[in-house]
Structure formats: structure tokens, C-alpha cells
Design a protein around this ligand. Structure first.
Ligand code: NAD
Length: 381
């Protein structure tokens, strides 16, 4: 069968779901590959590079969807992308099924089997397909680079003939996948890095990366923000108050704040309030990785970069992985290739959507003209 990747139509999306390298691996599973001309251009994969990897390059999206049995995408399909999908197609993409009920109904009615990469269960066996983590890792790294680009000083402290430079102080709020990547990047650039999370179990990880965990003056037993299967639950008002009190104390001294705090299924908690922004020094930078879910900072405007009157820059971009399209396409295409490896146990170029397999079942959101989301709870905890 043939696996194809179209050019992404979502505005400013630079990623592509198939790379020349992943195509070579997919051929070993018995598949042929096809790509729409220019699909990889913004991620720096030329049509010629695909041809050299044995990928057929077609001129139009129509030709791509007509040729492919399995369609690999980055963004959930919309508009004409949906029109081009047909009965029997297998679509593997980010889908966000909980927020996209109408899309699921359309895909079901069309008879498309849809595998949502954002629904891959986060269990050890599926780590190689965990596209949420690979994209969060990039977002965390890039948030620090973006902060540096908007910050007028070094991260690392220096003593030079021209004077002594103090190190920058970075605070990372939320130490999940993106937060830990931000901590690693900030410490490797030489910043003094502080980090906070409602899950106290991450303190050790934070400290092992050379950063300082911000402890609250709060009875640990009562840290009820912690833990439902590794994710955060909303904090109690008392806990939140302690957290804000601590942040208020830190704000005048912190140069860069990276916020990544999220609670599954809820808007992002507001943790960096307007008065904290106003207490920061001119030239300070806030990068709000939670912008897409409403932002952790009161003043964040999603997709925009603003500077307050007193000179604090707040970056609310929501497309960090796309801003590093070569890297993110490479990692995402590898996640997809691993998904296809599991879908093709006989390496015969024929996918088997095995609904008895926990990982495949968990990620499959439409199949055989049914909506199969949400999946049943996993058999093993
Ligand atoms: P996420 O994006 O849902 O949230 C980011 C972080 O924000 C989390 O660490 C959360 O605790 C924190 N947070 C929430 N409210 C906060 C608040 N008020 N103040 C400060 N921090 C707050 O998280 P994620 O990056 O998707 O990771 C969630 C968990 O899943 C982690 O434990 C991670 O290690 C785990 N995980 C497991 C696997 C796997 O086993 N395959 C893969 C990826 C992640």
C-alpha cells in the first residue's frame, strides 16, 4: 500500500509528516511512499531529497490523496483537506478528539479510519510514538531560545575586561516534558534556574538538572495539586495563594519566566498575575507556553508578542514546534514510523488496525464507520 503526506494547509504550519529518512524506514515495512511537491519545503526537505529516498513526488493535493491509502498529517484536517479524504483511507495525525466532535462525525461518516497521535497512551511501550512529548520537548527548548532572543543580556555570568556580568535568573513554572526541556536548556546556557511544579515528586528531577526547586511554606500532605496518574489536578485555594505569594516574592528578581503549567481538560491556571508582571524589571521576558489554553500569565495574548509600557516582553506564540520545523518534522515522522511499525507486524505493506492492541485501540478515534473515542479504560494500570 501507499503512504502519502500532503502539504499542510494550516496557516504558518511548517512541519511535514513524512521525511526522506522516515520514508526509507517505511519502505522496509513494505510500503511505497508519496509526497505532495513542496510539502517539506518549509522544513528544509526538498522534492529532490524525497526522490533520492525513493519517494514519488506528485504535483497536487488531489493527486496525493488519490494515490495514498494511508495519509500522514500534522494538523487535524479541515476544509478541502477533509473533502479529499475518502472511504477506506487511514488518516494518522494530531486530531484532539475531545475538542473536535464534529470532525470525528465527519470522518466517521466518510468511512475514514483515524488514528490520533495525541491519543497515544503514555505508557512505556508507546514512548517511541509519543508525539505529544516530542513536540513538548521542542517547545520547551525553543521557549528558552525565544526568551534569549528577546532578552538584552547574557544567560551566563561573565567577568570580562569590559566588566562583570551577572547571570540571568530564569524561573520555569511547571516541570512536565516542556518544563524539564526548558530547565535543561536554561541551565546549559549558564542561567541560574529555579523551577516550580505542584507535583513535589519532580523536585529531584529538577535538582538533578542543576536547577533549584522552589519550595512553598506549605504542609506537603496538603499539596493536593499533586498527582492523578502523573498529571496535575487543580490546586486548593490555600495552596494557590501560597504559590502566588511565593511568585510575588520572586518576581522583582527574576529576568525570564517560562510558564508551562497545564491541567488536563481545563483552561491553563493563571499563575503569573498582572502585578507580578509589573514588579519585574524592564527588559525581563515571559514566555507563556500555555498560551493556546488561555495562558498562565494574565497579560498573555495568544499568538502575539507584546511589550508592556514598563518594558517587559510577553511571548504568547502557540507554534513553537513549527518554528523548528526540521527538528520537529524529523521527530514527529519518527513517531509516525513507529506507529506504522506496530500497525504492520508482518512488514507486508498492509496495515492491521488491531483493536485488541491497547496502544492502537487508545489512539484510534474513528473506525469502520464508528466513533471509537473515548477508548475504554486501559486493562492494566
Ligand atoms: P502537562 O503539559 O499536562 O503539564 C505541564 C506541567 O504543569 C505538569 O508537570 C503539571 O504538574 C504542571 N502544573 C499544573 N498546574 C500547575 C501549577 N498550578 N503550578 C505549577 N505547575 C503546574 O504535563 P506533561 O508534560 O504532559 O507531563 C505530565 C506527566 O506525564 C509527567 O509526569 C510526565 O513525566 C508524564 N509523562 C509520561 C510519559 C510516559 O510514561 N510515556 C510520557 C510523557 C509524560
Amino acid at each position: 500500500m501507499k503512504i502519502g503526506a500532503p502539504k499542510e494547509l494550516f496557516e504558518s504550519e511548517a512541519r511535514v509528516a513524512l521525511t526522506p529518512q522516515s520514508a526509507e524506514q517505511l519502505k522496509k515495512l513494505g510500503y511505497d511512499c508519496v509526497v505532495e511537491s513542496g510539502a517539506g519545503a518549509l522544513a528544509r526537505f526538498t522534492d529532490d531529497a524525497y526522490r533520492e529516498a525513493g519517494v514519488e513526488v506528485v504535483d497536487s493535493a488531489e493527486a496525493l490523496y488519490a494515490a495514498a491509502d494511508i495519509v500522514l498529517k500534522v494538523r487535524a484536517p479541515e476544509g478541502e483537506e477533509l473533502d479529499r479524504l475518502r472511504e477506506g483511507h487511514i488518516l494518522i495525525s494530531f486530531i484532539w478528539p475531545a475538542q473536535n466532535e464534529a470532525l470525528l462525525e465527519t470522518l466517521k461518516a466518510k468511512g475514514v479510519t483515524t488514528i490520533a497521535m495525541d491519543m497515544v497512551p503514555r505508557i512505556s511501550r508507546a514512548q517511541k510514538m509519543d508525539a505529544l512529548s516530542s513536540m513538548a520537548n521542542i517547545a520547551g527548548y525553543r521557549s528558552v531560545i525565544e526568551a534569549g532572543n528577546n532578552f538584552g543580556r547574557f544567560f551566563t555570568g561573565q567577568v570580562t575586561a569590559a566588566g562583570k556580568v551577572p547571570p540571568a535568573k530564569v524561573l520555569v513554572v511547571g516541570a512536565g516534558v516542556a518544563g524539564l526541556a526548558a530547565i535543561g536548556t536554561a541551565t546549559s546556557l549558564g542561567a541560574i534556574t529555579l523551577a516550580f511544579d505542584v507535583r513535589p515528586e519532580v523536585a529531584e528531577q529538577i535538582e538533578s538538572m542543576g536547577a533549584e526547586f522552589v519550595y512553598l511554606d506549605f504542609d506537603e500532605e496538603q499539596q493536593d495539586g499533586a498527582a492523578t496518574g502523573g498529571y496535575a489536578a487543580p490546586s486548593s485555594p490555600e495552596f494557590r495563594e501560597k504559590q502566588l505569594e511565593k511568585f510575588r516574592e520572586l518576581a522583582p528578581d527574576i529576568d525570564i519566566v517560562i510558564t508551562t503549567a497545564l491541567i488536563p481538560g481545563r483552561p491553563a491556571p493563571k499563575l503569573w498575575t498582572e502585578d507580578m508582571v509589573l514588579a519585574m524589571k524592564p527588559g525581563s521576558v515571559i514566555v507563556d507556553l500555555a498560551a493556546e489554553r488561555g495562558g498562565n500569565c494574565d497579560l498573555t495574548i495568544p499568538d502575539e508578542k507584546i511589550t508592556t509600557e514598563h518594558g517587559v516582553t510577553i511571548v504568547g506564540y502557540t507554534d513553537f514546534p513549527s518554528r523548528m520545523a526540521t527538528q520537529s518534522s524529523t521527530l514527529y515522522a519518527t513517531n509516525l514510523r513507529h506507529m506504522l511499525t506496530d500497525l504492520t507486524p508482518d512488514k507486508d505493506g498492509v496495515p492491521n488496525v488491531n483493536m485488541e492492541d491497547d496502544v492502537i485501540r487508545g489512539a484510534t478515534v474513528t473506525h469502520e464507520k464508528e466513533v471509537t473515542f473515548p477508548p475504554p479504560p486501559p486493562k492494566v494500570a
